[in-house]
Write a new protein. Sequence first.
Length: 122
Amino acid sequence: MALFTRFGSSLICMAFFWALIWLGFFKLALWHWPLVLLTRNRGSLRFVYHYTKALDQAACAGAFGGTCDETLSNKAGKVFKARGFNAPWWVIFTKKLTDKWEPDHIEKSIEPTRGQPEFLND
């Protein structure tokens, strides 16, 4: 019997994963982020970086139909390169937001091999 064929076990599994995500977020917000700001602790900085990158990749995969190895900046950069300022609102928003800390961030973050099926990478 597969795990996700029964409604009850699927709900329990989903609730468990959501609990893990929220526990990780509270650990990030209440412990590691103040440590980074106050002490520049390298271990906490590494945790904050990896956790935010994982959230970025999960948001791209879930909300915008990207792959799990692609970031929002990469996806937005590809769309912006193809459509320019006629791109969807979230691409323009991402561009304006990221231009505050790095000019042309979404154009620089394009990785041509990310977000494609394996057989297209030959």
